[in-house]
Design a protein around this ligand. Structure first.
Ligand code: ZN
Length: 267
């Protein structure tokens, strides 16, 4: 298990393990992605961030502008479907911390270089204006909507034809999670929903979302897909679902769990 902990953050050392990234890709060797310092050559352009303790050892993420020779590059999304949940959680955290480090090299308030990291938490303190910068985490809601024995599924223009998913979207400033669920469903497909039920969450490092999953029930309105966003939307029988997201994602989990509940009611 990964321990995030609150002890002082160490600097990279020879008894630690390393996750390597380049150009948003995970670097692997024979499907392994945890390395020791002797497995690669640190370069001047490489940056590193402490991730936590994993299996009793300090873990760092190092990222390079270009992939060092000999490594394979694998997309983080592909790792989600080929790695178990624990390992994916570790990769996901490493990727988010590397993104934060790369995106906060200068203070967003005064523009000075950010050279000082907090020694016990993931925060950078601007020495010029004292602003603290933490890793960005962007809450997003995702909801499986039910109408009788049917589930609402939609396809956005960025999804391939024949592939359907739940309604999802970013939480706006000043909004509750529940307001975001209601708003997104109405904006994307034009219906009102009721009886929201929280079902769980999943960090989604593409690049820094936290997906917050809900069930809801249809209340009123006719399906009317948002013309600039949703290519098609419809109600699907729980036992005749189309191509849906992989169950490693919360989207796939919500749909399958909702269909399962309806199946049990119908039995
Ligand atoms: Zn500043």
């Amino acid at each position: 298990m990964l321990e995030i902990g609150t002890n002082a953050h160490p600097s990279p050392h020879s008894n630690a393990r390393y996750i390597l990234l380049a150009k948003q890709k995970v670097l692997t060797l024979q499907q392994q992605f945890l390395f020791t310092l002797s497995d690669f050559h640190p370069t001047a352009q490489m940056r590193s961030v402490f991730v936590g303790q994993f299996e009793g050892q300090d873990l760092f993420v190092c990222y390079f502008p270009h992939s060092p020779k000999g490594f394979e590059e694998v997309g983080l999304r592909d790792m989600l479907f080929s790695t178990d949940e624990t390992y994916f959680g570790v990769l996901s955290r490493a990727h988010q911390l590397a993104t934060w480090d790369a995106d906060h090299q200068f203070c967003g308030r005064c523009g000075n270089p950010m050279t000082q990291k907090h020694d016990k938490e993931h925060a950078k303190l601007c020495q010029h204006c004292n602003t603290r910068h933490y890793p960005r985490i962007s809450p997003c809601i995702i909801v499986s909507v039910r109408k009788g024995k049917q589930l609402l599924l939609a396809r956005s223009f960025i999804m391939p034809e024949g592939r359907y998913s739940n309604i999802a979207g970013f939480v706006e400033a000043g909004e509750t999670l529940e307001q975001a669920v209601q708003r997104e469903v109405f904006e994307e497909v034009g219906v009102h929903i009721k009886n929201l039920e929280y079902r769980g969450s999943q960090p989604w490092s593409f690049p820094h979302q936290l997906m917050v999953g809900y069930f809801a029930e249809y209340d009123s309105g006719e399906l009317c897909p948002a013309p600039d966003e949703i290519a098609e939307a419809g109600w699907w029988d729980y036992d005749d679902l189309p191509n849906i997201p992989n169950p490693a994602s919360i989207s796939g989990q919500l749909i399958l769990a909702h269909a399962d509940i309806i199946a049990n009611e119908s039995a």
